[in-house]
Design a protein around this ligand. Sequence first.
Ligand code: TXA
Ligand code: MG
Length: 356
Amino acid sequence: MTLILRTDPLNPSRELLIQAARILLNKGIVAFPTETVYGLGAVIYYEDAVEKIFKAKMRPPDNPLIIHISTLDMLEEVALNIPEDAYSLINRFWPGPLTLILPRNPRVPKIVTGGLDTIAVRMPGHPTALELINVVGYPIAAPSANLSGRPSPVTAEHVIRDLMGRIDAIIDAGETFFGVESTVVNILEDPPTLLRPGAYPVEEIEKVLGRKIAIPDFARGLKYSEVALAPGMKYRHYSPEAKLILVESVTNDYSVIANKIIEAARDISVSTNSDICIVSSIETSSYYRKLEKVKAVLIIGSRRNLYEVAKNLFKILRDVDNIGCKTVFVEGFPETGIGLAVMNRLRKASSSIIRV
Ligand code: TXA
Ligand code: MG
């Protein structure tokens, strides 16, 4: 049975947090909101509980988990030899959606890191998450609280959809703030490497470091293969059931993108009677009035506010299936700021990419 605990996100109820903490301290697993997406947590030292996370999500065991902490004392509990650069980033960005790769303190069970000698760690900025970790008193391992491969959950309803009956409790504190996961940076490498673009723009992180961060192709979502490019990066992700066709342009000329979608959608509706949907920006939505046979045009936000686009992204990827779209065309966005995280998720979710 899965207990649902409802609370205000900014002023989480103390009693409710104690109730959730008891479950975690009894080796249970609890979904909770963070500022990015909902996480599915277990105390890092309870290997049985961490094992339950992998089972509940149906997650491959070599895909490591992020450790969530609420104090810098906890950081020293889980990491060794923390470089100066890490502290510069921590001072500027924590609590918040930045995950750092650091050497693993041997007391962290290897099941948490998928056998690696490094950890991924962050201090979440969501008051409910921070307070929960404080009440528990131990670091909490938490991947996103979705079934493996599905879009990450940004509401408790998404968690319920994927994991009801498979986990001990869900703290429902409404919608998360950013809607995409944390930025993951490996500062142990020279130059530092972006492993996953996320809620904090890489440009801001470079400013604090005073040097460039390497952005490999897989961090742009451009390549994934059976070969492990970085832990967890070899898996297809975020995919709706519908066939997702991403249409992107290096020039970011959205009229070109919209016209290509219209052309490709017409081709499909001529050859089959598949249910076509379009994920559009506010700026381009009127273009699609020209199309006769579309099931739905879903508006993801404005091109002038990529934070809005990021926040609606995973919700829309789930809506596409709820509506019954069979093919969905999605517009590409600029890869600047949080746009890089949006494009990484869209490319990983896509069945094919059209470049114009
Ligand atoms: O915003 C977030 O980061 C959310 C919330 C819940 O905090 N969590 C999250 O966790 O997105 P998850 O499990 O969905 O993604 C964790 C990813 C792994 O897939 C892997 O790519 C990377 O973090 N990771 C974890 N440990 C690592 C390590 N030691 N070395 C390299 N990458 C690691
Ligand atoms: Mg995930």
